[in-house]
Design a protein around this ligand. Sequence first.
Ligand code: AP5
Length: 240
Amino acid sequence: MNAMERSALVNTSTEGANVNIILIGAQGSGKGTQAALLVQSLGIVHIASGDLFRAASQEQTELGKKIRSYLDKGELVPDEITVQMILNRINKPDCASGGVLLDGFPRTVAQAQALDKGLQGVGQQIDLAIYLQVPREELISRLSGRYICQAHQHVYNIYTNPPKVPGVCDIDGSNLYQRSDDRGEVVEKRLNIFFSETIRLLDYYRAENKLAEVNGKQEIDHVHMEIMKIIKNWDRSPPK
Ligand code: AP5
């Protein structure tokens, strides 16, 4: 999609639609990449559990060290830490109107139930859960080529989405780095957790008539266009 086509789509978009969306997808499926585009198109608040954890893990506190130990091993941070952190973020004033885009949370049915309960308490609900479907071999290849910018976590890929200058972010000029959990066995472990545990969320949101599935193997702009169509056609009435 060229800039003009994207602009046309955005101009007829659902900006200010106040829709609460969850992006579900395995590691490397493009949740962060699509979230950045949706923020531009919808003016929605993006909440990425992984980004919140990476920031917390830099703090020299007991909690920071505990979180870092889970990230380094590629294991899920326990629900009692995760749920509280996300609900605290959702309750901040910038999330009160305009909707939120959750990326990386929930990852277990217990987290999904806690989220529903927390949102009900403030008169909100999840409207749409969008699953980015990508085959496992493609995920491993994408993660091995991923680089992130130090300043704002902009995402690149040395094979499919390289920066103009190697090692430097196009947007803010900061250095790019490879995540420690994007290598070797840790990648396998993270993917195993997704395909055994997180995948159960599909049944959870399907049962609530909120699930939409997207082929995440298409080019980045095509995936974005498909997600935008789903959001534009989203039926605001409660699930039948
Ligand atoms: P987190 O940071 O959420 O990582 P993740 O889920 O493992 O997801 P990724 O960031 O790896 O992938 P992505 O889908 O965002 O892909 P991206 O857009 O970058 O979590 C990290 C850790 O935090 C977890 O392991 C856990 O310890 C903890 N954690 C987080 N949430 C938790 C929770 N709820 N409960 C407990 N613990 C939690 O794209 C990947 C690459 O592919 C990029 O290089 C990109 O350029 C490229 N790419 C993207 N789309 C395309 C495309 N369409 N075609 C070609 N290339 C593409």
